[in-house]
Design a protein around this ligand. Structure first.
Ligand SMILES: [Zn+2]
Length: 350
């Protein structure tokens, strides 16, 4: 029997005997959460707007407006509720980034540099605070999901983070929000197995690098290849304890529903069922949608909805439904809004 189907009255010992993952300290039982699922939590922070690239740049604060406006009807219907984040502390950021890198970011900003010296990322006076706010939203969402205050959560944040690694920001990103959220779950909540799914059109090289040898994170990434940043070949699979836990599925330009959903069913689902994650995180980039200026995939709203359902099924089977989704890319404002709404609608239906 699937332990997720176990009666609510089962003891911890019975659940473990049925093959359930060891319960995480402080969690309410999955069965109880399922009986009265609270609305999906949407975590956002106005400070994310403080990162202000030049006007011509694609990554702007109006991306947040596009997302929040598109999901506003769900809030009015009581299906999502909004929560503010909190700024990530230096200790939070150092879960992933080195102290010397944080100093580089502060120095570049103090010197008035318009560009991060480690890579192709614009800087403004308050980019550090904006990026720390994004990371803090991820942490608040993980705390809420692991405490059982909500079944799942979506973080409407910017700038994107999945290209940033320990010592190097790049690809519009300064701090790796999803990697920090995963490390926070590992180190501060004792979560042993975390699945990170990245459906942004670009490879999440920073997330991959963070967990390359980790062993506690299964990273699954579909992305356009060849394309920025050039990494994410199928042969990149992790090392040491992480060997086999990095799963890259590069796809040619023009890929869409057929290619991506086949990989979700035939590659992601079996890998996740073997891994049995206790928490599922999504790098939800919507630049994989049709018509994005920075990608050449053809996914549309029903595809994002179906991908979300597949991911939530995994979360239901193994993780008591616990899922935190974090906004990454998406630069066609109309497409970004409608795709994010399709995604959050499914989260709220869970
Ligand atoms: Zn992207």
């Amino acid at each position: 029997m699937n332990p997720a189907d176990a009666p609510a009255r089962w003891t911890r010992r019975q659940l473990l005997a049925a093959g359930a993952a060891a319960p995480i300290v402080g969690l309410i039982p999955a069965a109880r959460a399922a009986a009265s699922p609270p609305a999906t939590l949407v975590v956002s922070d106005d400070s994310c707007r403080w990162h202000t690239p030049p006007e011509w740049h694609q990554e702007q604060a109006d991306r947040l407006d596009a997302v929040l406006t598109a999901i506003a009807p769900l809030a009015e219907a009581g299906r999502i509720r909004r929560q503010d984040g909190r700024p990530a502390t230096e200790a939070d950021l150092r879960l992933v980034h080195t102290g010397s890198y944080l100093n580089v970011v502060r120095r570049d900003i103090a010197e008035g540099s318009g560009e991060l010296s480690t890579g192709d990322t614009r800087l403004s006076a308050r980019s550090y605070e904006a990026s720390a706010a994004a990371a803090g939203c991820g942490i608040v969402a993980v705390d809420a999901v692991l405490a059982g205050r909500t079944r799942n959560a979506f973080c409407a944040v910017r700038p994107p983070g999945h290209h940033a690694s320990a010592q190097r920001g790049m690809g519009f990103g300064i701090f790796n929000t999803i990697a920090i959220a995963a490390r926070h779950a590992q180190r501060r909540h004792g979560v042993a197995r975390i699945l990170i799914i990245d459906w942004d059109v670009h490879h999440g090289n920073g997330t991959q690098a963070t967990f390359w040898t980790d062993g506690g994170v299964l990273f699954f990434d579909t992305h356009q290849h060849p394309w920025y940043p050039g990494t994410g070949m199928a042969g990149e699979t992790g090392e040491g304890p992480g060997a086999g836990l990095i799963v890259n599925r590069p796809l040619p330009e023009g890929s869409g529903r057929t290619e991506v959903l086949s990989l979700y069913r035939e590659s992601l689902v079996p890998a996740a069922d073997r891994f049995r994650p206790e928490l599922v995180l999504i790098s939800a980039g919507f630049d994989s949608r049709l018509g994005d200026p920075l990608g050449r995939f053809t996914l549309v709203e029903p595809d994002f909805a179906e991908m979300t359902r597949i991911v939530l099924d995994i979360a239901d089977r193994h993780a008591g439904g616990r899922c935190v989704s974090i906004l990454e890319g998406g630069y066609n404002l109309e497409g970004l809004g409608s795709a994010a709404a399709a995604h959050v609608t499914e989260l709220a239906r869970a």
